[in-house]
Design a protein around this ligand. Structure first.
Ligand SMILES: [Zn+2]
Length: 104
């Protein structure tokens, strides 16, 4: 699928763990953002996949806004982990109803 993040078109692709490992050179990686594409491991459960997508969306937002240029990698990962945990917040019915934003 292709999504629009702050005006940049980003492709979201499910790939095998083997392909993901080749792209990232990291055997523990479950998702990856490379400026044009978010790669997600196809071996993840739907629940885990949503969390990893939120994490990678955070990387995308920070890259597009330029935030990645002014923070260190560990800080970026911590922010993305926090972003990922928003999935739990979105489970609240009042929050999810409030956030139901019509598509453009
Ligand atoms: Zn990350």
């Amino acid at each position: 699928m292709e999504i629009n993040i702050l005006g940049r078109k980003i492709c979201v692709r499910y790939v095998s763990d083997r392909e993901l490992n080749q792209i990232t050179k990291d055997t523990d990686c479950l998702g990856y953002f490379d400026n044009n594409t978010i790669f997600l491991s196809s071996s993840l459960s739907m629940e885990h996949s949503k969390r990893v997508l939120l994490h990678e969306l955070a990387h995308a937002v920070m890259a597009i806004t330029g935030l990645t240029n002014v923070i260190q990698n560990e800080q970026e990962e911590a922010i993305c982990d926090a972003f990922e945990s928003l999935l739990e917040v979105f489970r609240n019915e009042q929050i999810s109803n409030f956030l139901k934003i019509p598509e453009e």
